[in-house]
Design a protein around this ligand. Sequence first.
Ligand SMILES: Nc1ncnc2c1ncn2[C@@H]1O[C@H](COP(=O)(O)OP(=O)(O)OP(=O)(O)O)[C@@H](O)[C@H]1O
Ligand SMILES: [Mg+2]
Length: 361
Amino acid sequence: MTSSVSIKNLSLDFGAVSVLKTLNLDIEDGEFLVLLGSSGCGKSTLLNCIAGLLEPTAGQIFIKGRNVTWEEPKDRGIGMVFQSYALYPQMTVEKNLSFGLKIAGMDRSEIERRVARAAGILQIEPLLKRKPAELSGGQRQRVAIGRALVRDVDVFLFDEPLSNLDAKLRAELRVELKRLHQSLKNTMIYVTHDQIEALTLADRIAIMKNGVIQQLDAPDVIYNAPRNLFVAGFIGSPSMNFLKGTLVADPGGIAFETNGARFSLAGYRTPATLDAGRPVLLGLRPEHIRVNEEGGAVSHEAIVDIEEPMGADNLLWLKHAGHTLSVRVNGARRFSPGTAVRLSFDMAMASLFDAASEERL
Ligand SMILES: Nc1ncnc2c1ncn2[C@@H]1O[C@H](COP(=O)(O)OP(=O)(O)OP(=O)(O)O)[C@@H](O)[C@H]1O
Ligand SMILES: [Mg+2]
């Protein structure tokens, strides 16, 4: 596969502050890549460098094999959609869509064809004669996406396009964006700090922290095999449970011990050597702990502290060996606070991190 966008050793400093640090990233043709990270980690800065709105301090950017590092934004073959819709308030939706093409001197029949196509894809045909003030937030954001669509570009850049919308609309437009990508198959680079958007939309997610990509992988790999403690804690809601403890020798092989409770690690797959005595963190997702079920080599007693029924799921907060564990069970299963339960653990789905380096073992 060819690379659609290729970023080589990209650095960007604002004065003395280094925001992007020798960053490398190859985005495949037709890929939906999500840049995910907390506020201030450099997501927009990276996207703006790709768009040509910011000049990098060092490094190069290639789009379709062409070095565009010093090209004007309009010459890069990209379309950008921002969080704020930035529509022209005095123009109708139709004019908002066609304006840029007209300025570029495109002929009228081609403009009409492109506007009609974009309006059809985004289902905004009935809105073409309205002005932005007469649209809902979701409709305005669709028009903003339409403005990128009519340009017929190779690469779409999105900077948190859904974050101004309420939760229900956000979920709806998320599905529409996914459908849009499935039908257009353009390369899309999408910035968000919302892990659900990242997990649902991405072919691959690049998780960033302080201007450095921590992991670049498919969503299920990021979720199930996070490379370090930061990624493990960032993805998943509620967060993965982390237990601080030590690796110990056990008749059944190597085990994990915390506050006197011992967990067999049989079933945990790792290329690393697990040496007794090493301080580690054991990471267990809420859905990988079972309550009062048969099977599972390890069985521990815990006390229900709180339950949070969520409809389909019931989230239990349990006290176990000096830790509070969150555990997800089927919503039909209810537990009163104070009840004693037996826990078993799905160690094949667990994560172990070295306590000092915070890297996955
Ligand atoms: N023009 C600027 N001058 C100086 N510092 C800047 C400038 N623009 C951004 N920064 C800093 O660069 C860092 C990265 O900013 P950026 O906008 O890329 O973050 P982000 O990941 O998009 O965050 P958010 O999720 O809040 O949008 C931040 O610490 C920010 O304060
Ligand atoms: Mg940003």
